[in-house]
Structures are given as C-alpha cells and as structure tokens.
Design a protein around this ligand. Structure first.
Ligand code: AP5
Length: 216
C-alpha cells in the first residue's frame, strides 16, 4: 500500500504516520525528518537545505525528489510506504508518479487532513519532540508524564527551530500557495479522500483506517 498524507504544517501527518507504520508494517517516509537529519549531520544536502527550512520555505524540488527516489527503492518499501510531507508541489507529484511508474508501481491512496489555522498555530507552537527516539508530544494535547522528558526512552524533548510563530505563518502561506493545489491534483486523479483533522488523534486514526479498508 502506497499512501500519501497531505495537509498543512501541524495537521497531524507525522503523528498519524507513526501509528500507521506500526499497524501496517510499512515505513513512514518524512522528507522533513530526512532533511532535519541531514542538517544535523551537516551533510552537503543539509547545508543546502538549512536556509530554506529556517525561512519556512520549500527546499528545491530536485533535492527532495532525489531523496524520495532513493528511499522508495529500499528493501523495507517493498510492501509499500507512507509519504509524510512529500509531494509538496505539482512538480514533485509529477516526479513521484513518473518514478513509481518506472517500477510498475503507483500511489494507492491520498488522505488530506484539514485543520483550521488557529488550531494549527496552537499545535505547532506546543509541539515537542524527543531528541533521542523522535517521539512527538504536545504540551497541551499530548503531554509527557514528566515535563521535558520522553515517556518511552527518557530522552530530552526539544522544540523545532521552525516552530516559532513567525516561521509557522510563513510555512502556512507556502502551503496555501504551493501545496494546496495538490488537493485538486489528486482529486482529479480520483485518489483523494479528505477528513477533518480537528478530532482527537485516535478518532482520526480510526477514520484513516476506515478509508483504507473501504478503498482497498
Ligand atoms: P516537515 O517536517 O514536513 O513539516 P510540515 O509539513 O510543516 O509538517 P509538520 O511536521 O510541522 O506537521 P505534521 O502535520 O506532521 O504535524 P504533527 O503530527 O507533528 O517539513 C519541514 C520543512 O522541511 C519544510 O518547511 C521545508 O522547508 C522542508 N521540506 C520537507 N518536505 C519538503 C518537500 N517535500 N519539499 C520541499 N521542502 C520540504 O502534529 C503537530 C502537533 O500537533 C504535535 O505536537 C502533535 O502531538 C499535535 N497533534 C497531532 N494531531 C493532533 C490532534 N488530532 N489533536 C491535537 N493535537 C494533535
């Protein structure tokens, strides 16, 4: 099963992808996570991406298309994958279709998660992530048992640099201008299912699983 989770920053793509990955035993491919890791390791790609990410802008298409084309042919993707944060432009979506078609493969489902702007801002500014295992939290909606400490591995929780309010507003604008057109793109392809992302995490998870069962 090849699934795309589409939605603005803070819609809950990463949160849902992490749960789905365990349920369906297929990997989450988050271009944001891969880029943040490259920045941390100071690789040439990371050095190139950092300025774009810090500004809340998109990293150039050729960089992210290159990342995904190499990742989806890895062994753990043979039964499918969950794309979280990719594609983000029509050009990325076209490149994805072409790279899958070259291997006789295709996208099976695109799920778009919608959330109003005020809730997105609240979610993003309250988000915290474990520096060791990557588990995500929210100070208000999904807090750790002990402030600042991961429930699962006792790692230190941190706030992403691009999660400040100014950069978040820029990221939302970029989503509207460059990524939202993908809703129509995948709707025209007959692949899009939309769901309201302002429900609780487990409710949204059940809605996604129902869609995947119904459209299987
Ligand atoms: P990326 O890391 O992909 O960020 P994003 O798309 O902006 O998405 P987020 O990770 O912010 O949100 P999410 O939807 O995953 O929400 P989450 O589940 O964490 O990209 C970062 C940057 O990398 C980009 O700005 C760009 O520069 C670059 N980049 C990445 N991919 C690229 C591409 N393809 N092309 C070009 N550039 C690219 O949830 C957020 C918070 O809300 C959490 O705290 C969570 O606990 C909470 N929450 C989740 N669901 C709920 C719920 N139902 N109720 C209450 N709280 C909830």
């Amino acid at each position: 099963m090849n699934l795309i989770l589409l939605g603005p920053p803070g819609a809950g793509k990463g949160t849902q992808a992490k749960i789905l990955t365990k349920k369906y035993d297929i990997p989450q491919i988050s271009t944001g996570d891969i880029l943040r890791n490259a920045v941390k390791q100071a690789t040439p790609m990371g050095l190139k991406a950092k300025a774009f990410m810090d500004a809340g802008a998109l990293v150039p298409d050729e960089v992210v298309v290159g990342i995904v084309s190499e990742r989806i042919v890895e062994a753990d993707c043979r039964n499918g994958f969950i794309l979280d944060g990719f594609p983000r432009t029509v050009s990325q979506a076209d490149a994805l279709s072409a790279m899958l078609a070259a291997n006789g493969n295709k996208i099976d489902h695109v799920i778009s998660i919608t959330v109003n702007k005020n809730d997105l801002l609240r979610r993003i500014t309250g988000r915290r992530t474990c520096r060791s295992c990557g588990k995500g939290y929210h100070l208000e909606f999904d807090p750790p048992k002990t402030a600042g400490v991961c429930d699962e591995c006792s790692g230190v929780l941190f706030q992403r640099e691009d999660d400040c309010e100014d950069t978040m507003r820029k990221r939302l604008d970029v989503y509207e201008q460059q990524t939202a057109p993908l809703v129509e793109y995948y709707s025209n392809a007959g692949l899009l299912r939309s769901l309201p992302g302002d429900e609780a995490i487990d409710v949204i998870q059940s809605m996604i699983v129902s869609i995947l069962k119904r459209d299987a």
